[in-house]
Design a protein around this ligand. Sequence first.
Ligand code: ZN
Length: 488
Amino acid sequence: MRKILSFILILFITISLINYIKKDTAPIYSNNLIPKEEMDTPLQTSITRTKRKDLGEIETIIEYGDYSSLAAHYPIFGIESIDSTIKDMVQGYINNFYREIENNTSNRKLKSELNIDFDMYITQDDIVSLKFSIMESMSYNAHPNTSIKTFVINLGKEEFISLDDIFKGEYLSMLSEIIINHFSDDEEYKEYIETDLFKEKLASAKENLDKFVVQENSIILFFEKYELFAGSFGEQEVEISYRDLKGYLKKELEDLVEEPSDSIVEENRTEKPKEIVEGETRIIDSEKPMVCLTFDDGPNEKTTIPILDTLKKHNSVGTFFVLGNRVSHNKEILERMIAEGSEVGNHTYNHKKLTSLSTKDVKWQIKSTQDAIDAIAISPKVMRPTYGAYDDTLKSTLDMPMILWSIDTLDWKYRDTNRVVKSILDNVTDGDIILMHDLYESTANAVEKVVPELIDRGFQLVTVSELYEARGKTLESGKTYNHVHKNR
Ligand code: ZN
């Protein structure tokens, strides 16, 4: 009896221990805000340079009109005072962008573009920093305008942090001095630090040093293009270790720096799912009519999941052209897409118009998105250019086929379920590729109505790659594809 009892006891302890370990190694940040008790447990990781996006939710606005292309991404933490400040900042740039277009009627043949994206830096003790990069490319200007905006937030206290909250004493002159030394030591910059531009901007003024993020062991200050040096130098960042700022740090940070930081562990890479559960098998009959439903700009929890539910209910699939910067927030959704037979395509990292970018930047947009998706399970084989914009340079740069469409539902413009349903059902023929966006509820509702009707009409819903394979056509890098209409 005693043996059995001790066996049960050991078993109990083992299970608790396993659960404890499991809890500790579970992905640290989910789509939603970290529950308080998890925040307080010291994390095993202490990484400098942790640019990430997976705390809070990510919201994306994408709009395009006759004269404009716009993509803006920003996080939502579920804290009203914080969220509204960030949203207001983003909205301010958007309003200003549209106002400028309205006021400048010249050179409207070219579209103006606004892109707002962010990097996130997270420390162990509830401090989240955001670095927004704002790129505004107006049709009447030769070069895009870039600017930086940062926020440092104490999530636990639900407040923004300023330099005054971190430093004490004559810290501004201390920071300026460190920055001057930083550039004096740099071969590339040292001959330019005597310029008026540089001197003026580092005159110990708080507003010149107000773009910064806070990391575990250091602070990074950012300077916009033209701020310190000539434009050709681009943006600068200066990272300063807290150790170099001793005596100027306020109490709490000072304590943090005192702690030995010997617990530096490699970033936890999420393991690829070992097993991908097969959905119900679909048999594609290449002789029968087929269409592709395609969804851009997601994934987005509120709308992508209902779309996947509808597809699953009807043993059907779609193709999702996702944004790289939304991937880490929506890992489970991507895993599900793949597990249920849908296709995941590349729709760039943050929705910049590719035809306005340098070759190097285009390659980065594609590769960083491939890497983000590949970390979950697969490497996409197809891409869709943002705003449907492409040219010969882009064609020769890309090493993936460009998938366009033959039916544009304009779902993003009207946000009207019935209009989307009608645009599909009135026009659909065998071999069509249908464009939608899984950012809108009206689109998810339209999918629910349209899928059973398409099946009733005898269409098979297939992925883009399946469509071309079934029709014996090879998708080639740098070429564009709109549909596979028969006999045309
Ligand atoms: Zn798009």
